[in-house]
Design a protein around this ligand. Sequence first.
Ligand code: NAD
Length: 300
Amino acid sequence: MAAHVIDGEALAAELRENVEASFGDVVEAGVRPGLATVLVGDDYSAQAYERRLRRLAEELGCHYASEVLAPDIEEADAFAVIGKLNADPRVSGILILRPLPKQVSEGHIYRTLDPLKDVEAVHPDNAGLLALGQPRFVPSTPASVFFMLDRYVEDSGRDPKTFYNGLDLVLVGRSNNVGKPALWLGLARNATVVSCHAYTSQAGRLPDHMLRADILVVAAGVPGIVTGEIVKEGVIAIDVGINAVKDEETGKTRIVGDLDFESVAAKAEAISPVPGGVGPITDVWLLRNTIEAARYRARL
Ligand code: NAD
């Protein structure tokens, strides 16, 4: 079987058109959405993400503010920055970039966000609403995974409203920003959801779960952790992983996903590539949430 390779760039471009239209509506109603990012330290990937968001926000015409904080900042000083952004009427959405240094606890800093500006749904209020199936914001990465899946299902002539009913959806990775929210989104679609993580691998049980999966979403940050040998014929496989690896022959660094692309593609019905898969959609989704946040604030 030759897998269909899902084109994340094309889906991102389509989503961007919708986002531009919705931006236009909000601005017409007298509100200018604004995004603020908070970067602590100088992590290379976080800096690259910040630059992409800045470019996208500016292209759309959003207000954009970036706070770059020293890696040794005291937790209380980081909280004060969030407090300032919460109070800034130009800012409708706030993104705290990961990783954070040890002295700034994710759990603590997320609680300081104004829940109406928490566009990644990391504040307990928003994480709780998502778990209850009543999301205020759907975090951008898992939202992009299901945007991609729903579109693929629809384009291949099936109904995304019923397609997932009872199917085995297996997730690899249970982080608060990707794996756990993906679990809630899968349950909301009536899938039978299995959450695998590092301990599943340590126990040698990953292949057992992989082989059952009708739909596979892999977000472990481990290059090639899922190979064709451990997936079922006809699986729909979505790769969230972004890993920089050094090519042994050329010495150059390249970006790869968590799926062993060639061997999984040989058995899959559909597969998303890295790069050019989930990543480009995620950036646009965050701006989408920022515009939604501006709408809530203005009660539009
Ligand atoms: P994380 O480090 O917070 O979590 C990783 C998860 O994978 C953990 O739950 C861990 O238990 C699990 N894991 C690690 N090793 C494993 C193994 N050997 N077997 C099974 N499970 C294992 O990472 P994250 O923030 O969730 O990101 C995961 C990956 O997704 C990374 O590669 C990251 O770069 C990528 N990512 C991509 C996007 C995007 O837009 N495409 C967005 C966010 C993260």
